[in-house]
Design a protein around this ligand. Structure first.
Ligand code: ADP
Ligand code: ADP
Ligand code: ZN
Ligand code: ZN
Length: 839
């Protein structure tokens, strides 16, 4: 294997026929302005080809689709390894997917509970096994010593004296199996019953308690022993084939029974373990919504009520009757990852249980440690993946990959620092280094200064976005790029260029006051939010920022101001709402979930364009209205692909593949529609224009100008109008939303909420973004951003810092005030980092 990945003539999207050699087994960071071609290189060229090679190595069935998979536009790519992409998209949206299930930690927990869990009767709270065994043992112990031996001896020695060989054979499997009166019973053969002492029997009980189903079997055996002693039973040793387990667990009072202690009992995704009332969803619904299909939808799930039977734990009573150290598996699943680590550290198991549990606990602890390292130690295992942020999901996948300990893999990651506080950043970067040190190549698309500086090899793309990007500006060790005056990245890294200092501090024109917010980890938070200024909400990941802003403030305001059907997390009141008339959340979620949405449709620009096309003389002659130019409805669109421009091919075990529609060639429209031309261009040609080009093209159409100018203002001039929403990055989606807002006529009393708007943005893009946000503030509006980027935080008029730490160690206001004030608060993690850059 060569020691570089050699790429020649890469032309995917905007890449300008570039050649490059990427060192293998290194940490490689690709940086450059948003839209410069980083993803086109990392994902659409390197990763895509790695995947194709992988498919090539698979079955003939998979290979027949190879020609259909889009081949990256490049002359040659040599030196690739199997590639794994760790992205922020693709979060499982079914309510059945949790942090525990996707990390496999829950699977190991299930195994652990099946092996060493102790069942209790939920009605009388007896220890099911201990009681059953103890009663029998009590009876045995009550007998004179000689008689005890008499009772137990038949279990290990039959009349023919063949016990020894059978014993040896069965011992390997851990059980002695016998049939009594035709009934099969079994006995743990590792227990030496020859020396029949009370001490020995106690040792037996000790083992019973910890060894789950084996205990029940032995209980049966001892019961049988009594029968044998009383002469009410006869005994012979049976063949292997006839052997079956007797694994029923029952409360001696007859309240409660467990069929078998097995891993399936503890999963809510199987009828064996799921609460029958809610089918393992933890939530029950109104009658109208209860179709099985609907139940699996996260949107509906969120509207349900906690299941009255399992109390949201999703498990059937039998599963909840089993504990380890007084915790049910549901109790453990509701703890944070950090807390589970402590649980296992203090768990004191006795000999045999400790031995059985050790390998399982080792697997669990390993995974917990990786998860903590990537900064998600505050998450609980029962947290549904659908409620995770993209960054959290990606970091979990990263931790899971480290757990596989694969070598020789090419990992491609997409801005993994998103949502991470500078405090936790270093640990994340260390995990890339670990992956590399295992013998892998790690390619990371990243804007984060620290990650860039840690790279073994840095590739800087630019100089601009879209058509104006796609070139390699500088590459090599970070020092080389930093020294390169032609590199925008180098100029910011070296301080030759900086994000301009804040304007004079603006005075608020009032306040919103949140009182008594207590959702998730928030600890009765009271906080004032100044209006008419730029406010940053900060704090480590998991400190409660989005609980406070996205899940309390926003839904409460949307309900009051817009009658939205949104349910805020618990809080007492929010005062001062009359001072604003609109609340608008501008987040990183896609502007549409299908390839049918794009920047043109979302901003409303496409409406104006379709009307323009319907007004053309040829359209009038043919009677084409604006609907004819929509690819969403029948009429003008290509029916072969129903206006998608692509067709989906299901690959069974692989992700679906999209191929260009062979009828319309990807244009989405039928031939007749494409015949209508404005200045020589069809409606499909318009969708292919960048916002900047479209601005020139439509310079005489005022109705289109406002949206196009806004797109340019937020730095999206390079974006093709028809680029499918599903292929836009989160940062681009957010900026499309910002552009839409900028194009509206403002009332000046709007509160804008933004969650990490710097995602996907280069230093220079951040400069542009701040200008746009400043402009909204200058019109009297309020900007409230959740942000980790210190360049943004230092420019805020007011900072609200949450923490001090994550999960239950967070949820408080640590400090509020101007950035300079926060910098003086020693208990604030944000303050510590602010102090460094403010001085
Ligand atoms: P970066 O990752 O640096 O932000 P991208 O590689 O995503 O940049 O984009 C580079 C250029 O390619 C941009 O002009 C972008 O709009 C375009 N582009 C990206 N994805 C697609 C796609 N699926 N189809 C068409 N153009 C795309
Ligand atoms: P931040 O936005 O500061 O990263 P969050 O508000 O997302 O923090 O999280 C604060 C705490 O609340 C964390 O312990 C997190 O695990 C928990 N949490 C957040 N969202 C949910 C949810 N939907 N369900 C349960 N717990 C949640
Ligand atoms: Zn239930
Ligand atoms: Zn088509």
């Amino acid at each position: 294997m060569s020691d570089t990945i050699a790429i020649r003539g890469a032309r995917q999207h905007n890449l300008k026929n570039i050649d490059l050699d990427i060192p293998r087994n290194c940490l490689v960071v690709i940086t450059g302005p948003s839209g410069s071609g980083k993803s086109s290189l990392a994902f659409d060229t390197i990763y895509a080809e790695g995947q194709r090679r992988y498919v090539e190595s698979l079955s003939a069935y998979a290979r027949q689709f190879l020609d259909l998979m889009d081949k990256p536009d490049a002359d040659s790519i040599e030196g690739l390894s199997p590639a794994v992409a760790i992205q922020q998209r693709g979060i499982p949206r079914t309510p059945r997917s949790t942090v525990g299930t996707i990390t496999e930690v829950y699977d190991y927990l299930r195994l652990l509970f099946a092996r060493i869990g102790t069942p209790h009767c939920p009605i009388c709270n007896q220890l099911i096994v201990r009681q059953a065994v103890a009663q029998i043992v009590d009876r045995v112990l009550a007998l004179p010593e000689g008689q005890r031996l008499q009772i137990l001896a038949p279990l290990i020695r039959n009349a023919k004296g063949t016990h020894l060989s059978v014993f040896k054979q069965l011992r390997q499997e851990g059980y002695l199996r016998v049939r009594v009166n035709g009934e099969v019973v079994s006995l743990d053969s590792n227990i030496n019953l020859n020396k029949n002492t009370a001490h020995n029997i106690e040792a037996v009980i000790d083992r019973l308690v910890v060894r789950g189903n084996m205990a029940a079997r032995l209980a049966d055996s001892l019961e049988t022993a009594l029968d044998l002693a009383n002469g009410t039973a006869t005994l012979d040793i049976i063949d292997d084939e006839e052997w079956t387990f007797s694994t029923r667990f029952a409360c001696t009072e007859g309240h409660f029974e467990i069929e078998e202690l097995e891993p399936r009992l503890f999963t809510f995704n199987s009828p064996h373990g799921a609460c029958p009332t809610c089918s393992g969803m933890g939530t029950v619904f109104d009658k109208a919504d209860t179709s099985d299909e609907a139940r699996e939808k996260i949107e509906l799930f969120m509207r349900g009520q906690t299941c009255p039977d399992c109390k949201g734990t999703r498990l059937r009573p039998e599963a909840l009757a089993v504990t380890i150290s007084n915790c049910t598996i549901a109790d453990i699943a509701s703890m944070s990852i950090a807390k589970i680590g402590q649980f296992f550290q203090t768990l004191n198991l006795k000999n045999n249980a400790a031995e059985i549990a050790a390998p399982l606990i080792r697997e669990i602890e390993n995974r917990l440690a990786f998860l903590t390292d990537v900064g998600v130690g505050y998450l609980a295992l029962n947290r549904m993946t659908a409620t995770l942020s993209g960054g959290e999901f990606q970091r979990i996948r990263l931790a899971t990959q480290i757990g596989t300990r694969l070598v020789g893999v090419l990992y491609v990651l997409d801005e993994p620092s998103i949502g991470l506080h500078p405090r936790d950043n270093r640990k994340l970067i260390n995990t890339f280094c670990n992956l590399r040190d295992l013998g892998n190549t790690v390619i990371v698309v990243e804007h984060d200064r620290e990650a860039i500086e840690m790279a073994d090899h840095l590739i800087d793309l630019g100089p601009g976005a879209g058509e104006r990007g796609g070139k390699i500006i500088s590459q090599g060790p970070p020092e080389t790029v930093i020294a390169d005056k032609s590199s925008l990245t180098g100029n910011y890294l070296s301080g030759r260029k900086t994000i301009p200092p804040p304007p004079d501090i603006r005075q608020p024109r009032g306040h919103l006051s949140i009182k008594g917010a207590s959702g998730h980890n928030l600890q009765n938070v009271n906080v004032d939010i100044p209006l008419g200024v730029f406010v940053c909400v900060t704090g480590v990941s998991g400190s409660g920022k989005s609980s406070l802003i996205n899940h309390t403030l926003y839904p409460a305001l949307a309900r009051q101001l817009h009658r939205a059907n949104t349910e805020p997390l618990p809080h007492k009141t929010i005062e001062g709402v009359a001072q604003i008339d609109k609340v608008i959340r501008i987040d990183q979620s896609p502007i549409g979930r299908t390839p049918r949405s794009n920047a043109a449709t979302y901003t409303g620009l496409f409406t104006a364009v379709r009307e323009l096309y319907a007004q053309l003389p040829e359209s009038r002659v043919r009677g084409y209205g604006p609907g004819r130019f929509s690819f969403n409805i029948k009429g003008g669109r290509c029916e072969a692909c129903q206006g998608d421009g692509v067709r989906r091919i299901e690959m069974h075990f692989l992700p679906d593949v999209f191929v260009t529609c062979d009828v319309c060639g990807g244009s989405r429209y039928n031939r007749e529609t494409l015949e209508i031309r404005y200045k020589g261009s069809s409606i499909a040609d318009v969708l292919n224009l960048t916002a900047n080009r479209a601005s020139t093209f439509f310079r005489n159409i005022p109705a289109a100008q406002r949206q196009l100018k806004s797109l340019a203002d937020v730095g999206l001039g390079y974006l093709r109008l028809g680029q499918p929403a599903t292929s836009l990055s989160g940062g681009e989606a957010q900026r499309v939303k910002l552009a839409t807002e900028l194009a509206r006529t403002a009332t000046g009393k709007t509160l804008y909420l933004l969650d990490e708007p710097t995602t996907g943005l280069h230093f220079d893009d951040i400069r542009v973004l701040i200008e746009v946000l400043d402009r909204l503030v200058d019109r009297g509006n309020t900007i409230l951003v959740i942000e980790h980027n210190l360049d943004v935080i230092k420019r805020a008029d007011w900072v609200i810092d949450l923490g001090p730490d994550a999960g239950e160690n967070g949820g408080n206001i640590v400090a509020t005030g101007a950035p300079e004030t926060i910098a003086e608060v020693p208990s604030s993690h944000t303050g510590r980092f602010l102090k460094e850059i403010l001085t």
